[in-house]
Design a binder for this molecule. Structure first.
Ligand SMILES: NC(=O)c1ccc[n+]([C@@H]2O[C@H](COP(=O)([O-])OP(=O)(O)OC[C@H]3O[C@@H](n4cnc5c(N)ncnc54)[C@H](OP(=O)(O)O)[C@@H]3O)[C@@H](O)[C@H]2O)c1
Length: 329
């Protein structure tokens, strides 16, 4: 039986402008799939803002509902492994790209996109963490495979943003000595609250690193920015350092030299949270439910209802969000 539900829908007008509005939709019009999920929470990620403003690299067809992650309850299922009532987390693959996403009260997806929500992680906590936290978790897991974390000098760029704030929180939880790079002047309380030991302004950081190899300060780093930020991070790693690179808010291109790699044995690791096997996503969600259970998640999130999302999308595009935006449905 089809149900009516509310969703944020992005439309392309004849002049090529993209306009978002809250519309009534029907579950019968959702794509085919194994699981119909009633979405309880979603979250705002940078990619959602690209989808909502017509970035065809993210979303090719409009009208479209963004939302690359969702936590909710299975209401209809063709899979005995995911019976009605199963609590799930869905993130990545095509969700919110060309498949209607979590900015609607219902989604329908293949069962292979869903993880059973771990017992000790609520749907709300899962979406405060969201894709940004999943990505930060994948960065930390990759760093952990190359280095100890406890006691290491860690650097995080875009530290007040979604991935950045989760990386600061998690690295601090694992007893790293964390330096946060931020472009925001008023972020000290927020970043110290997450556990940052030191805060550097973005400008100061970029100006402090000269040339392709500079004084080495950091053992491990998480970079969400690319561009000059990544070049400067690579140039200032200590011997044997590792950088996990996952984003491009500064620039997808970056300049560099082989010196950090051949003189210091540094490593640059790429992180993808979208297409990785579902078992790898499940492992990170389980870690967040157990050994990575971080405190005070609510302090780093702004809860928003569907009709408040459009303003938040504009803000994330301008690099002005602090922390995570939680969508309550
Ligand atoms: N690889 C993956 O699977 C994956 C998954 C999720 C996200 N991502 C990518 O990761 C990046 C961050 O995503 P997000 O959701 O955390 O976005 P976000 O919430 O907007 O955070 C990005 C932060 O970067 C900083 N920033 C903004 N402009 C910058 C610039 N020009 N140079 C350096 N820093 C700048 C700002 O923090 P400060 O003001 O504190 O500096 C901003 O809040 C995006 O590129 C996104 O596409 C990748």
């Amino acid at each position: 039986m089809s149900k009516d539900f509310k969703a944020l829908v992005v439309d392309e007008d004849p002049s090529g402008n993209f306009i978002s509005s809250i519309q009534k939709r029907r579950t019968a019009d959702l794509p085919k799939g194994d699981l119909t999920v009633r979405v309880e929470y979603s979250s705002l990620n940078y990619k959602d803002a690209l989808s909502a403003t017509g970035n065809k690299g993210v979303t090719k067809q409009y009208p479209h509902t963004p939302g690359i992650d969702a936590a909710g309850v299975v209401e209809d299922s063709s899979q005995s492994d995911f019976p009605i009532g199963t609590e799930v987390i869905v993130s990545g693959y095509d969700l919110g790209m060309n498949t209607a996403g979590g900015f609607g009260e219902y989604i329908r997806v293949p069962f292979g996109w869903a993880v059973k929500r771990p017992e000790h992680l609520s749907a709300r906590e899962a979406m405060i963490i969201g894709t940004a936290g999943l990505t930060a978790g994948l960065c930390v897991k990759a760093l952990k495979e190359k280095s100890t974390i406890s006691g290491m000098k860690a650097l995080v760029s875009g530290a007040t943003g979604g991935v950045g704030c989760m990386a600061v929180k998690l690295l601090s939880h694992l007893d790293a000595n964390v330096t946060a790079i931020t472009g925001k002047k008023d972020a000290t309380n927020f970043l110290e609250g997450l556990g940052a030991n030191e805060i550097i302004s973005r400008t100061e950081f970029l100006e402090s690193v000269r040339g392709p190899i500079a004084k080495g300060f950091w053992n491990i780093a998480v970079d969400v920015a690319g561009g000059n930020t990544l070049s400067s991070i690579l140039a200032s790693m200590r011997y044997g350092g590792t950088v996990a690179c996952c984003g491009l808010v500064d620039d997808p291109s970056f300049k560099g030299s082989v010196f950090p790699f051949i003189l210091r044995g540094n490593r640059l690791i790429g992180i993808d949270s979208v297409e990785i096997p579902i078992q790898d996503k499940a492992e990170i969600w389980n870690s967040f439910a157990n050994e990575w259970r971080v405190s005070k998640l609510e302090d780093m999130c702004k809860p928003i209802k569907l009709d408040g999302m459009i303003a938040e999308i504009d803000k994330i595009l301008d690099g002005n969000q602090t922390g995570r935006v939680l969508l309550e449905l």
